[in-house]
Design a binder for this molecule. Structure first.
Ligand code: C2E
Ligand code: MG
Ligand code: MG
Length: 686
């Protein structure tokens, strides 16, 4: 064991010992052991001394008197007497340049960039490392868990330049060793060791030092490395310092990943756990940028549940939420794991499909989704049949940025809805125009409601048996300031869609009752009044209250009032509608089923509801003369209706011939242009 026999006075300047204090001490006791690995300088020095070999340019860490560490470069050789007997070692230990000593490094770590966080931190770190070690490259990367075969280089400093955020396959590279938890240290010839790493030759790499970054649970989350085109000069010294930076980098990376995780959570849709709109948007933007670079196609599917509001309205919001959760899960299970799925709002979802081969890929996914969705959903003992409509846009054909792609998928979705729902549509340029029209109309309708641009027309109903007009139907008209009078077929569906039908419907009821009340008070023969009521109105919890209010405000006799509803109301609403209809009937008001024959219900089915009469749709009347079949249908309808004690009105009677046939088969209540077109209130015949 080598003990010190003499040291020069300069030792005081470095290690703060008086030279004579050191005499007799074991040489290696002055050295700090970083670890026991063969690369450790103290271990190495000890071995050399034992084997009486020369020590050249070995960087070792020494304790000074106050136990602070200093890095010294050691050159020593054994010496012998003339007979060749070993006497001991002599040598010199030189101080390394001031900036390279540990203390200044620690200072740097503590003050310099440690206060920084996130990207800034890593940028400063690699710049600092490259400077400190005089190496060509310094980098920090992360293993994300999503791709085990890749490292995401967060930042690399290469010969003074910073690049950020790119992925690198780790197979056959020193990174792979690091990923497996090893310190990867090659002070020379690294390319020979990793012949399949394409980056090393590109970087002219000769030496490499990389270490894993562990999180506080001991999981490897990243790596830090320095790479140089020449052999590392002071490998042990570099390693020791490197270790300190590794610890600091690891804790910063862990902190950063935690923040990202939190952000991700904040980006989740609470109800379904899917991505929310904001996160999806940024994913979409990233994906578009990637697709542009790699000349790939991506598909965006916009999904909307059909008639979801009905579920909410009839079964309540809790049931609605459960349906959404189940649907979300189903959707996620239907697409590939790597496809991003988001809830964009309410009952709207989006799916992002990357690396498409062609449009066909989108179609297949769309069909899979539609099939998956069509399975019944069990909620509170109800088997619900929820269907979806899908609109699809494809990058780059249908848009080069996220908002255009989303807008066009929405347009395609709208087309899918108008094509009868439960289907999908791929976007095409001509779809945009018709949607624009709809949007304009929608905003104009909002104005119409606030500006009072609506008016009621009245069409008379004729009783053939008594040969007189017995009632009128109130029909809505929109007096557009530029386009003139617009018929309800062009806008009622929009009022329904936007929900504006409720307030407009209130207005209709109130106005019609008031007008016909004033009409009736001026004539001998009072008229009955029919008002069309939409399903949406009936669903309003205060419908009856508003009905009563309109009756009492106008003073109209409820026995002269008839509400026209459609079959869809009965079918969609199920049981609880019967209760409501009964309450309407209790007031003496009558109920008519409008457009009969166009829907799907049979007359027998109608027995379950307190209906007074049916209105046979004008499509049957129109061809009554031409086709025996229709004549038979109408005749059967009338007979059945009579058997069920229902009244029958024929709508859309335009000709004498139609009238004759109807008379012949016993339908005596007639509405149609033959007697009168709908007219404004002042033109009602007195
Ligand atoms: P509807 O309730 O079946 O009304 C009868 C429709 O047939 C009216 O069309 C009427 O003008 C038309 N019509 C009557 N006789 C003839 C005829 O001889 N030949 C032809 N070709 N048509 C005839 P309009 O006024 O365009 O109304 C269309 C639909 O809009 C109505 O069908 C009704 O479903 C809805 N609607 C109208 N006003 C209201 C309203 O105030 N509230 C609600 N919810 N819906 C309304
Ligand atoms: Mg009607
Ligand atoms: Mg009708």
């Amino acid at each position: 064991m080598a003990r010190i026999v003499h040291s020069s006075p300069q030792v005081k300047g470095i290690l703060a010992y008086e030279p004579e204090e050191l005499v007799g001490r074991k040489f290696v006791s002055l050295m700090s052991h970083a670890d026991d690995s063969p690369q450790d300088a103290a271990v190495f020095a000890q071995q050399r001394i034992q084997q009486k070999e020369t020590i050249e340019n070995l960087v070792c860490s020494f304790y000074d008197r106050k136990q602070r560490i200093h890095y010294l470069e050691l050159n020593a050789e054994p010496y012998f007497d003339d007979q060749g007997n070993y006497l001991g070692y002599h040598g010199v230990a030189r101080n390394l340049p001031a900036h390279a000593n540990l203390e200044s490094t620690l200072h740097n770590l503590a003050d310099g960039f440690s206060a920084q966080t996130g990207r800034k931190f890593f940028r400063s770190l690699v710049t600092h490392l490259a400077d400190l070690f005089h190496v060509d490259y310094a980098l920090v990367g992360e293993f994300t868990g999503e791709r085990q075969d890749m490292v995401n280089i967060i930042v690399v400093q290469s010969r003074g330049e910073i690049s950020e955020n790119f992925c690198y396959p780790i197979k056959g590279t020193p990174c792979e060793e690091v990923y497996n938890g090893q310190l990867s240290c090659y002070d020379r010839n690294v390319q020979n060791r990793f012949p399949n790493d394409p980056m090393l030759p590109e970087m002219h790499a000769t030496s490499y030092l990389g270490a894993p970054l562990y999180d506080s649970n001991g999981k490897i989350i990243g790596l830090m490395a320095v790479i140089h085109s020449k052999p590392f000069a002071h490998i042990t010294y570099i390693q020791s310092i490197f270790r300190l930076y590794v610890a600091r980098a690891a804790s910063e990376l862990e902190r950063q990943q935690m923040v990202q995780n939190l952000e991700r959570l904040a980006h989740q849709d609470d109800l379904t756990g899917l991505y929310n709109r904001n996160l999806f948007l940024s994913l979409l933007e990233q994906s578009i940028a990637r697709a542009r670079r790699n000349k790939e196609q991506i598909g965006l599917i916009f999904l909307d549940l059909d008639h979801f509001k009905d579920i909410n309205d009839t079964l309540g919001h809790e049931a609605g939420d459960r349906v959404l959760t189940l649907i979300a899960k189903r959707l996620k299970d239907t697409v590939r794991e790597e496809d991003a799925v988001a809830r964009i709002g309410g009952d709207e979802f989006m799916v992002l499909l990357e690396q498409l081969k062609d449009e066909g890929d989108c179609r297949r996914v769309a069909e899979k989704i539609i099939t998956a969705m069509s399975q019944p959903i069990r909620v509170d003992l109800h088997d619900l049949h929820v269907t979806t409509s899908l609109g699809i846009s494809v990058h780059p054909n249908d848009g080069n940025d996220a908002s255009t792609l989303m807008k066009n998928a929405d347009i395609a979705l709208y087309r899918a809805k108008s094509n009868g729902r439960n289907t999908y549509q791929l976007y095409s340029a001509d779809m945009g125009k018709s949607l624009q029209k709809k949007l304009n109309l929608e905003s104009e309708l909002r104005r119409a409601v606030s500006e009072g641009e609506f008016e009621l027309f009245y069409q008379t109903k004729f009783d053939l048996s008594r040969n007189r007009t017995y009632g009128v139907e109130a029909l809505l008209r929109w007096n557009h300031p530029h386009k003139g009078r617009i018929s309800p077929d062009k806008f009622i569906y929009l009022l329904e869609e936007t929900g504006a039908i409720v307030s407009v419907g209130d207005w209709v009821l109130q106005t019609a009752l008031t007008q016909i009340q004033s009409y009736n008070s001026n004539v001998a023969q009072s008229l009955n009044l029919s008002v069309n009521i939409s399903a949406k109105q009936l669903r309003e919890p205060d419908f009856l209250t508003k009905l009563d209010l309109a009756l009492s405000n106008s003073g109209f006799d409820p026995n002269r009032l008839e509400l026209e509803i459609t079959e869809s109301v009965l079918i969609e609403e199920g049981d609880h509608i019967t209760e409501l209809l009964n309450q309407i009937k209790e007031r003496g008001i009558r109920l008519a089923l409008d457009d009969f024959g166009t829907g799907y219900s049979s007359l027998l089915y109608l027995r379950r509801f307190p209906i007074d009469s049916i209105k046979i749709d004008k499509s049957f009347i129109r061809c009554i003369k031409d086709s025996d079949d229709d004549q038979v249908v109408v005749k059967t309808l009338i007979e059945l209706a009579r058997a069920l004690r229902l009244g029958v009105v024929a709508e859309g009677v335009e000709t004498q011939a139609q009238l004759d046939t109807l008379k012949q088969i016993g339908c005596l209540h007639i509405q149609g242009y033959y007697f009168s077109k709908p007219v404004p209130f002042p033109e009602l015949p007195v």
